[in-house]
Design a protein around this ligand. Sequence first.
Ligand SMILES: Cc1cc2nc3c(=O)[nH]c(=O)nc-3n(C[C@H](O)[C@H](O)[C@H](O)COP(=O)(O)OP(=O)(O)OC[C@H]3O[C@@H](n4cnc5c(N)ncnc54)[C@H](O)[C@@H]3O)c2cc1C
Length: 134
Amino acid sequence: MARDPKVIQKEVIDKFAQDLPQLYTVIVQHSDLSTITWAPLLHRFPWDIIFGNVSKGNITVAGGAMHPMTPDLGQNECAALEDAVVLGQQFGELIAQRSRLVPLEVAHALTQYAQKRRWRAAGLLPHICQGGCN
Ligand SMILES: Cc1cc2nc3c(=O)[nH]c(=O)nc-3n(C[C@H](O)[C@H](O)[C@H](O)COP(=O)(O)OP(=O)(O)OC[C@H]3O[C@@H](n4cnc5c(N)ncnc54)[C@H](O)[C@@H]3O)c2cc1C
């Protein structure tokens, strides 16, 4: 797909707007070109979230980086907020116990965060495979 916003705008109107209300086309036509970008939709399979590396040492991922899913689910931002809450709980407990962050304990806290989040996030995804996964 071209990166030119004008081409993206035309593509959207020509190919994706036919079955939508006229208002949709009007909005796209009047969109500020500097705000138009194109990116592929991504998702991660549930088993990749459950068994994959989402945390290593003092590094972890959250939100769309941990559990990308297609927007039709309407769940990923909610799941990202949940990630933030669980991360906050993990760090909050550490700070409450020690009044400071110790690297080894941070790694442990992140492992626990990943364990809690991977099952929840994977559980949001199974319907993706109803049509058959390759
Ligand atoms: C069309 C659409 C509709 C959606 N509807 C819903 C909905 O109804 N309900 C819902 O819960 N979720 C919905 N979502 C999903 C939601 O938008 C995402 O889950 C959410 O934005 C993820 O937040 P995030 O902070 O994890 O990642 P993002 O919002 O993707 O933020 C990541 C940021 O990192 C930046 N970045 C990327 N790479 C680099 C780099 N190398 N260096 C520096 N910066 C970088 C990006 O530019 C971006 O600003 C929808 C998504 C789409 C696309």
